[in-house]
Design a protein around this ligand. Structure first.
Ligand code: G4P
Length: 525
C-alpha cells in the first residue's frame, strides 16, 4: 500500500466522557467490532476503579497497567483505528488535555439520564479551542433518561456546538425498541445482548406499514413525527461542518448492550478525518509529506523505583517512522535512533518496524524527552499546540532535607518535564509554586521525589485562584503591569510571564485597570 493510502486509512481519536457515562464500555465494544477482543469484559483492567479514588498508589498501579491500553489500535473494514485512552480520574485531567492534542477527532459519550456533566464540559473546551471534529454517543438508552430533543438542546447550549441527530431512539428504558439510523436509512431493533451484534433492517420508506409491524402503532407514529421534526428543525447533515468542528452528529444507543454502536462506528470511519495537518512554529506540516515528523504528547513513568524508565508517546504527524533510523531530537539538535519502538494493537504492546502519520509510537526513554519535544527526519521544526492550562490548586514546594537540594531540584525538573504538574517561580521572592488540577498530584509528587530522587519536600499553603499567561501589544502597559503586580508575577518553566491572581475579584480588577493586556488561562493563545 502506498504511503498516502496508509495515512488516509488512519483514524486516530479519543473517547471522552464524564466518569461512569460508559467510555470504557464503549471502547470495549469498538474493540469487539474490530475483532481485537472476543469477549466483553476484557478492557476492565483499563479503568481506575471507583473504590480506589482516594488511594493514589493503587491508581498509579492501575495506570501502570493502562500503559498497554494507552493506545488501542485495531483494523475495521479497510481502516486502521487508533483509540487513545484518557484517564477517567479527574485529577489527571491535564493528561487528557494533552492526549487531545494528539487526536484527529473525538467521540463524546453522554449518559442520557444525566446529560452533559462537568468533566465533559471542560474537555469540550479543549476540543473547541482546537476545532477538533466531535461525534456524540448518547448512551444508556436501555434506561429511563431525558427526552432526546431536550438532550440535543442541552448539548448545544452546554457544549457550545451545533448538533445533528444521525440516529434516533424509538422509546427508551423498559420500552426501548431500537434506533432508526438516519444516516444509512435503516432500522435496528433492540435485543439486549452484551456479546453479539444485532441485525439491521434496511428501511428507507418510513411511511410503509411494515414499520407498525416492527415497533407497533404508537411508536411508529411517534418515530415518524420525531423524524419530521428533526428534518424541520435541523439542517441536513454536513460532513464539511463536522470536519470544521462546527457540527456534532449524534447517535443513540446502549454500549453495554452493544446496541447503536455499529451505526456510530460505521459512520465514524466514513466521515472522521484521517490525520490532519499540524501547525508548527515554522510552517504547517501535511501528514502526507514523505519526511517523518512527530511530537511527544505524553510521558508515562514506570513507578518501579528500580527501573526509572519512561515511555515517551510520540504522535507521528507526517510520513513514516522507522525502527533503527536516525531522527533529529530537535531540542537537543542531536540524532537519535530507536531500537525498540512500540506500537499498540488492541491490548498488546509490541515492537514495530514502522509507523505512519496518525499512529502513536512508544519510545523507551531515560529522561531525554519532555512533553512537546519534536522529532524529525532532519528539519528544525517545533510543534505548537501543547498548551499548559491554568492549574486549579497551588502550593509552595519547600525542601525538607537541606542535604538533598540538588536531588530535589533534579526531581522537580524531571517530573515537570513529564507533565505531572506545573512549576511557577515567583519573581518577587524566588519561591517555587507547584500547580495541579487535583490533590492527588501533590501526593504523587511527594512520593516520587522521595522514592525516585531520594529528596524530601514539604508543602506550604498559598491562596491562588488562577495562573494567567499575559500578553499585550502595548509594551509600556505590560511593563507597568509587571511593576505594579510584582508580588504576583511568576515565570513558568518555559520562562513565560505568568500573573498569579489570588481571587477572581483581583483578576477582574486587573482586567479593568489594564485594558490593553490580555489574560489567558492557557499558555498558548
Ligand atoms: P466510564 O469508563 O465512562 O467511567 O464508564 P463505564 O464504561 O465503566 O460504565 C459505567 C457504568 O455504566 C458501568 O456499570 C457500566 O456497566 C454501565 N453502563 C455502560 N453502558 C451502559 C448502558 O448502555 N446501559 C446501562 N444500563 N449501563 C451501562 P457499573 O455497575 O459501574 O460497573 P460494572 O460493574 O457493570 O462493571
Amino acid at each position: 500500500m502506498s504511503l498516502t493510502d496508509e495515512i488516509k486509512r488512519r483514524r486516530t481519536f479519543a473517547i471522552i466522557s464524564h466518569p461512569d457515562a460508559g467510555k470504557t464500555t464503549l471502547t470495549e465494544k469498538l474493540l469487539l467490532f474490530g475483532g481485537a477482543i472476543h469477549v466483553a469484559g476484557a478492557v476492565k483492567s483499563n479503568k481506575i476503579k471507583k473504590t480506589a479514588t482516594s488511594d493514589w498508589m493503587e491508581i498509579e498501579k492501575q495506570r501502570g497497567i493502562s500503559v498497554a491500553t494507552s493506545v488501542m489500535g485495531f483494523e475495521y473494514r479497510d481502516f486502521k483505528i487508533n483509540i487513545l485512552d484518557t484517564p477517567g480520574h479527574q485529577d489527571f485531567a491535564e493528561d487528557t488535555f494533552r492526549t487531545l492534542t494528539a487526536v484527529d477527532s473525538v467521540i463524546i459519550v453522554i449518559d442520557s439520564a444525566k446529560g452533559v456533566e462537568t468533566q465533559t464540559r471542560k474537555l469540550m473546551q479543549v476540543c473547541r479551542m482546537r476545532k477538533t471534529p466531535v461525534m456524540v454517543f448518547m448512551n444508556k438508552m436501555d434506561r429511563e433518561g431525558k427526552d432526546p430533543f431536550d438532550l440535543m438542546d442541552e448539548v448545544e447550549a452546554e457544549l457550545g456546538i451545533k448538533v445533528r441527530p444521525l440516529s434516533w431512539p424509538i422509546n427508551m428504558g423498559q420500552n426501548f425498541k431500537g434506533v432508526y439510523n438516519i444516516y444509512k436509512e435503516d432500522l435496528n431493533l433492540y435485543t439486549p445482548n452484551k456479546q453479539t451484534i444485532s441485525e439491521t433492517i434496511e428501511f428507507k420508506d418510513l411511511e410503509s406499514k411494515e414499520l407498525e409491524d416492527y415497533i407497533g402503532e404508537k411508536d411508529a407514529a411517534k418515530l415518524r413525527e420525531d423524524l419530521d421534526l428533526i428534518s424541520g428543525v435541523y439542517n441536513p447533515f454536513s460532513v464539511e461542518d463536522y470536519l470544521k468542528g462546527d457540527l456534532a452528529p449524534v447517535f443513540f444507543g446502549s454500549a453495554l448492550n452493544t446496541f447503536g454502536v455499529k451505526e456510530l462506528l460505521d459512520c465514524f470511519v466514513e466521515i472522521a478525518p484521517s490525520p490532519r495537518p499540524v501547525e508548527t512554529l515554522e510552517r504547517k506540516v501535511d501528514p502526507l509529506e514523505t519526511a517523518f515528523t512527530g511530537f511527544v504528547f505524553k510521558i508515562h513513568a514506570n513507578m518501579d523505583p528500580n527501573h526509572r524508565s519512561c515511555i515517551a508517546f510520540v504522535k507521528v504527524c507526517s510520513g513514516k517512522f522507522e525502527r533503527n533510523v536516525n531522527y533529529k531530537h530537535v531540542r537537543f539538535n542531536r540524532l537519535m535512533k530507536f531500537a525498540a519502538p512500540t506500537a499498540f494493537m488492541a491490548q498488546r504492546k509490541e515492537t514495530v518496524d514502522e509507523a505512519y502519520a496518525g499512529d502513536i509510537v512508544g519510545l523507551p526513554d531515560n529522561g531525554n524527552f519532555k512533553i512537546g519535544d519534536s522529532l524529525s527526519s532532519g528539519e528544525d521544526i517545533h510543534f505548537k499546540g501543547l498548551p499548559s492550562f491554568s492549574p486549579e490548586m497551588f502550593k509552595y514546594i519547600e525542601n525538607a532535607d537541606p542535604m538533598k537540594q540538588k536531588q530535589l531540584q533534579k526531581g522537580i525538573d524531571q517530573l515537570m518535564d513529564e507533565g505531572v504538574a506545573q512549576l511557577f517561580v515567583n519573581q518577587f521572592n524566588g519561591r517555587k509554586i507547584i500547580g495541579t488540577v487535583g490533590q492527588l498530584q501533590f501526593e504523587v509528587i511527594q512520593y516520587r521525589l522521595l522514592h525516585e530522587y531520594n529528596a524530601q519536600c514539604r508543602w506550604e499553603p498559598i491562596r491562588l485562584y488562577k495562573a494567567c499567561w499575559i500578553e499585550s501589544d502595548n509594551d509600556t502597559e505590560l511593563e507597568n503591569f509587571k511593576k505594579r503586580k510584582y508580588q504576583y508575577m511568576a515565570k513558568d518553566k518555559e520562562g513565560r510571564d505568568v500573573f498569579l491572581a489570588d481571587s477572581s475579584y483581583m483578576l477582574e480588577m486587573a482586567q479593568e485597570d489594564f485594558k490593553n493586556i490580555k489574560f489567558h488561562f492557557t499558555s498558548e493563545f
